[in-house]
Design a protein around this ligand. Structure first.
Ligand SMILES: [Zn+2]
Length: 556
């Protein structure tokens, strides 16, 4: 059924997130008016001032492009690849494809934030399926999430390989090896484009096996006399499995703390990723009857997230678990840049409570789930792509990875450094890269609601320059100003300057409104516009600041 027209159709790759930042991964592959989406991820804002929400890619381009979206294909279940699924599916009712574990986690995500009744189809490594003009084959990779895959996408413009997140773990916990053979076969058959994970391109060598963690954990658990706490991402079932094995050896029961952790353990048991007998895990209530030295706790919050189990334990505000002298805490994850200060505070608090605390800087309690340089070079050598696009990274990572590909034999002119919104077109002729061609942005997701792009800049403005409220009353009969303007500022000024600047700004506004003359109304935009314009001007000239101006107009 591969129609003749398609064989000459160009294929356009449009990254909407993940190229220029770590997180927020979403790539669109288009051909002849139809498109598939690879991953739909979120990212945690580095600026705490932006609130407790997460960021997702703005989908304005998909809405305006009139593409027929055939489906979303998920490479694995990390939040930076599936977290924006509720947002995407509420806008586009399209089927979701993923491996068994990926869909189990995606379903949980949709249970939290909807929509209900999403169509889902399970995919398997080496089992190709068709989606419009695309033939998609998942390929097994190893990563810090079970059941992760890369995608080989057959298109009218050639074969595209998307690595997903990967490393090449020689001894994976679940025994599912990185499928070198299949990548090599594809490489021999001819790959047009490789898009590959750049997260760890700055690290030399190889990332190391996940299984190297187990002896380290065994040694630390064996030495601890009191309770043992492991803080880890709740989805890291491989690590949870290793700690559970160690705990069982030492006669400790494992207690998942918090809803998400308990839910992950439940999914792990259900999916066979945590192959343990019932009774290996116990609830926090049951744990109260057991001796300290018989207990291992799993706590989320290794990034210092304020509402997490670990943050509550550190503040001695957890209803079910306490850290006391003699206890041991292991933070088994990387300190993500931007979170260091919060995590340091947490570690200090735990130390003050008398715990012995281990983290990456003092013990090898973490290995990365992403490929280091030698592994990245190995994938390039296996796949031998004609073109190369580094993905999943900040600009500096992408650049380094493009240089690595060139050093591995991809012609330098064929390594494209795309950023979000910059399409690459593959066709019979040479590939073409266009800068800044497609609208991209970020929106805020919070408490299951989706903000608009304006909300982010509003929060930034509030954090940096504060706000000024202008209160005015107008007569509903004559449209004349009968009271005000009164100005109140928050977070903008300190000391006596406040009253002087506010007085002057108020006088300017009153004078301006006097000249305009009215009649004014609460609904009309004129009065609002005058207030915002005049006050913005004043504070910009007088203080070099742009506070958020909030007019409050009453009709009396
Ligand atoms: Zn991942």
């Amino acid at each position: 059924m591969a129609s003749h027209g398609l064989t000459s159709s160009p294929v356009r790759i449009v990254p909407l997130g993940g190229l220029g930042e770590i997180g927020l991964n979403l790539t669109v592959v288009e051909c002849a008016g139809r498109a598939m989406v690879i991953d739909a991820g979120v990212m945690f804002p580095e600026e705490r001032a932006l609130g407790s929400g997460v960021l997702a890619p703005d989908l304005a381009y998909l809405e305006q492009s009139h593409l027929e979206i055939l489906g979303v294909i998920l490479t694995h279940a990390h939040e930076d690849h599936v977290g924006a699924l509720p947002y995407l599916l509420r806008r586009f009712n399209v089927p979701v494809y993923g491996t068994e574990v990926t869909l189990a986690f995606a379903r949980r995500r949709l249970d939290e934030d909807g929509p209900v009744g999403a169509r889902m189809a399970t995919i398997e490594p080496r089992r190709r399926f068709e989606l419009g003009p695309f033939g998609i084959e998942p390929i097994r990779v190893t990563h810090s999430m079970p059941d992760s895959v890369a995608l080989a996408v057959t298109t009218p413009a050639g074969l595209i390989v998307h690595s997903g997140d990967f490393k090449i773990d020689p001894t994976p916990i679940d025994g599912e090896l990185f499928d070198r053979e299949r990548f090599a076969e594809l490489g021999a058959a001819g790959v047009a484009l490789l898009m590959s994970d750049s997260t760890n391109v700055e690290r030399a060598g190889r990332s190391g096996a996940e299984s190297s963690i187990k002896p380290v954990l065994r040694e630390i658990v064996a030495r601890s006399r009191g309770k043992f706490f492991l803080s880890v991402f709740s989805s890291h079932l491989h690590r949870i499995r290793q700690l559970t094995e160690v705990s069982r050896e030492m006669g400790r029961r494992v207690v998942p703390l918090g809803r998400r952790m308990a839910e992950s353990v439940r999914l792990g048991l259900e999916l066979g990723q945590l192959p343990f007998a019932p009774g290996t895990f116990v609830g926090p209530a049951e744990a109260e009857f057991l001796e300290s030295c018989k207990l291992t706790f799993l706590a989320s919050g290794s990034q210092g997230e304020p509402l997490s189990a670990l943050a509550r334990i550190a503040a001695d505000a957890h209803p079910r678990a306490r850290v006391e002298p003699g206890d041991t805490v292991v933070l088994s994850s990387r300190f993500i840049p931007g979170n260091e200060r919060t995590i340091n505070t947490l570690v200090n608090q735990l130390c003050k409570r008398g715990a012995e605390v281990f983290y990456e800087a003092v013990a090898p309690v973490h290995v990365s789930g992403h490929a280091s340089r030698d592994e990245l070079a190995e994938l390039i050598a296996l796949v031998k792509p004609k073109y190369f696009v580094p993905i999943h990274g900040e600009y500096r990572h992408l650049r380094r990875h493009a240089a690595l590909a060139a050093a591995c034999g991809v012609p330098e002119g064929n390594c494209f450094l795309l950023e979000d919104g910059e399409p690459l077109t593959l066709s019979a002729g040479p590939a073409v890269h266009r800068a800044r061609a497609v609208e991209t942005g970020r929106i805020l997701l919070e408490d299951g609601e989706f903000g608009d792009p304006g909300l982010l800049s509003e929060r930034r403005t509030l954090g940096r320059d504060g706000t000024v409220f202008a209160v005015i009353a107008v007569s509903s009969k004559t449209g004349a100003i009968v009271a005000g303007p009164e100005l109140v500022s928050r977070g903008l000024l300190i000391g006596d300057g406040t009253s002087a600047h506010i007085r002057r700004a108020r006088a300017q506004l009153a004078e301006r409104l006097g000249r305009v003359g009215g009649p004014f109304s609460a609904e009309g935009t004129m009065l609002r516009g005058e207030i915002v314009h005049t006050l913005r001007n004043y504070f910009s000239h007088a203080l070099g600041k742009r506070p958020l101006i909030v007019p409050h107009i009453m009709e009396v």
